[in-house]
Design a protein around this ligand. Structure first.
Ligand code: BDR
Ligand code: CA
Length: 317
């Protein structure tokens, strides 16, 4: 049985690939997509989402726009996605309409209408929508199967020396998510910095030779330069689909059970995901896990397979 997921995203080049992996893999049933302000303002991340779904031929999935800004702080654009939030490609006119509900309500309705413990939440942007949904309908906490989120890091930061972008943009929302009694797996930078779009990966995508693979090459071309300029990477890390891959096949990401707390006060550590790795301080009922390792070959096999499947289906109309 395919696993049902809600993808809450802020596209973003790597969010785009997460959407493709989620819909292009037969073991995932993408039941809803919600957008949040993050890499760019909400209007742009929502426009980008509709364009990505259109080019990838992803129809029949409700899409709703969520929160415009973080719970308390001002939003900030990320440094690696360009002016549009998705520079490097031309988006098609969307062929679908937005769901009329607010994204937070789409999340709540989808979870409350499904059998308990059948929906996995996969947030790949700031956690504002998820935190708002938890406050509006706290019963979702016991009904969700698990939360597998891209964000944070055990040993690595990118939006400060110790904090990752998605968490740092809305640390209070992240605190709410990590503090709740549900299963949370953190797919942080320790893992996603191993998901590099190398020359070999790019060559495999080029060989697919579909309009969708061309689109992905446009994304990766921009992303490579942006990551080189902003963060000194030779090849760009494609973060967000790693969270989807973890749901498809948990053995792709090596994790440890560990309490994770989000720093919401520090002058220098705001947004840090503080991970307790000392064995004596890890309770038996610890409900959070931190990702540490990635089987990058299997990750790319899954991702390229999904791009191929979607690309052929879209090309055949
Ligand atoms: C995360 O921040 C965003 O720029 C990416 O889309 C990813 O979700 C990586 O820190
Ligand atoms: Ca993202």
């Amino acid at each position: 049985m395919a696993q049902k997921i809600i993808l809450d995203c802020d596209p973003g080049h790597d969010d785009a690939i997460a959407l493709m992996l989620a819909h292009g893999n037969p073991d995932i049933d993408l039941v809803a997509v919600t957008t949040v302000g993050g890499n760019a303002v909400l209007e742009k991340t929502t426009k980008n989402t509709l364009g990505i779904l259109t080019i990838a031929g992803i129809t029949g999935v409700p899409v709703a726009a969520g929160c415009v800004r973080p719970l308390i702080r001002e939003g900030e654009d990320a440094d690696v996605h360009g002016e549009s939030g998705l520079d490097g490609v031309v988006l098609p006119e969307p062929i679908m309409e937005l769901d009329r509900r607010h994204g937070v309500d789409l999340i709540i309705d989808t979870i409350m209408e499904a059998e308990p413990k059948t929906i996995t939440l996969v947030p790949t942007g700031p956690l504002t929508n998820i935190a708002m949904a938890m406050r509006k309908e706290p019963r979702i906490i016991e009904r969700v199967k698990e939360v597998v989120l891209m964000g944070g890091g055990v040993h690595v930061g990118n939006w400060s020396a110790v904090a990752e972008f998605n968490i740092k943009i809305d640390p209070e929302a992240a605190h709410i998510v990590f503090d709740a009694p549900w299963e949370v797996t953190m797919i942080g930078l320790d893992v996603t910095h191993q998901a590099l779009a190398t020359d070999e990966v790019v060559a495999r995508i080029k060989a697919l030779n579909t309009p969708l693979s061309e689109f992905v090459l446009g994304l990766f071309g921009f992303f490579q330069e942006a990551y080189r300029d902003a963060q000194g990477f030779e090849f760009p890390p494609v973060h967000d689909p790693v969270a989807v891959a973890r749901v498809i096949d948990p053995s792709i990401v090596g994790t440890v059970r560990a309490p994770i707390r989000v720093e919401i006060h520090g002058d220098y550590t705001l947004g840090m995901t503080v991970t307790e790795l000392r064995p004596a301080h890890i309770p038996a009922d610890c409900n959070t896990r931190a990702g540490l390792t990635l089987d990058a070959d299997r990750f790319w096999d899954l991702t390229i397979d999904a791009i191929e499947r979607l690309g052929k289906a879209a090309a055949n109309g």
